[in-house]
Design a protein around this ligand. Sequence first.
Ligand SMILES: Cc1cc2nc3c(=O)[nH]c(=O)nc-3n(C[C@H](O)[C@H](O)[C@H](O)COP(=O)(O)OP(=O)(O)OC[C@H]3O[C@@H](n4cnc5c(N)ncnc54)[C@H](O)[C@@H]3O)c2cc1C
Length: 396
Amino acid sequence: MIKSCDFLIIGGGIIGLTVANELILRGFSNIAIIEKEDELGKHASGRNSGVLHAGIYYSPDSLKAKYCMQGNNLLTEFCKNNKLNLHKCGKVIVADSKEKLKGLEELKKRADKNGVEARFIDPKELWEIEPHAYTLEKAIYSPKTAVFDPLEILKALNKKIKTKEDCSISLNTAFISITNNSEVLTNHGKIKYKFLINAAGNYAEKIAHKFKIGLNYKSIPFLGTYTELSEQSSHLVNGNIYPVPDARNPFLGVHFTKGIDGKVYIGPTAIPVFGRESYSLFENLSSESLSFLYRDVLMLLKSAPFRSNAISEVKKYFGKYLYQECKKLIPDLKKEDILASNKAGIRAQLVDWDKKELVMDFVVEKKENSVHILNAVSPAFSSSMSFAKYVVDQVV
Ligand SMILES: Cc1cc2nc3c(=O)[nH]c(=O)nc-3n(C[C@H](O)[C@H](O)[C@H](O)COP(=O)(O)OP(=O)(O)OC[C@H]3O[C@@H](n4cnc5c(N)ncnc54)[C@H](O)[C@@H]3O)c2cc1C
């Protein structure tokens, strides 16, 4: 068990691993990652849609916009250099109404401002790419969107980090508390550090609060469930088919993604749940559950976007509504094509508690010798390799 290090990273998800990798690339060593689980990828980094986003959606002045596009290039290169699966299938964003067409125009403007390759295509070209998708008048085509295998990427990074002298990843090791400003207590004893990086995903805000950081933020876990297409109907999707999302929320709406395994997933939903690891509605409830319930109720009362999202997402639990939404994207779809799936993930969505607003961007807070990565929600996996450069700039 390690007793001291220069850089202590809490969390062995994609953020913790890419930050460690970036430190190594810059010549630093004596890096320790602690991960509370017995293997990597048990939470968001191993339970996501595996879509390598191009950077279309995000407000041009945001960290998401800045790092997603660069991250897309870096992750593509990483997969190529390490011979990892990456399927460059592209993505279409379709609009089924006049109102959605306006949203499509806005998205195209954002893509242009962000310098992301995206172009309008007419229905004829859409059918060449996705023969079963529907759009009114036009769609957006994003050639740089791809799909990857998240676990394979975590594994490759793990191997890279572990082979470096003086770098370690300790599984089954959980941060418990701080003892002073250069030492933490874990379930395996104390660890001294020179600099601490909190990349604990769903727990990052809770840990930051122990350092008296980010106290105006509270996190609300959103469960993302998926359904999948039957094997016989998986030919209905070639790559990624997305709707125009509601710009007031950070979620992208129910979409179709053909994963690296050839399975077509529909989702994820975004339903507030009462536990940071509640992968089904009433799983893993804890003493914190009541406070999540309180946060949800207050947000339902105070935030119109939260309310409208909650209503539309809860409706997706009912097969008929979900089917209707799916049919807007693929009219040929039959109800029996949609099957249940046990794939699910949780986003730790940050809320600015003073304003009662969902935080749309990544948040990085630094104080003295610690940096805390909050709200590393989608597209944090896609952005991770360039976002890690930004985080390391804060550290060194
Ligand atoms: C349903 C869903 C779909 C998504 N789809 C996409 C997508 O298609 N493309 C994309 O780019 N992004 C996507 N994302 C987002 C992406 O998966 C996450 O943003 C990213 O994985 C976050 O990585 P992380 O390292 O911050 O968190 P995590 O993967 O959660 O890692 C944090 C780690 O910290 C550990 N930890 C927590 N507390 C402690 C403690 N006290 N001590 C030690 N260790 C601790 C946890 O066990 C965990 O392993 C999706 C997310 C979800 C939930």
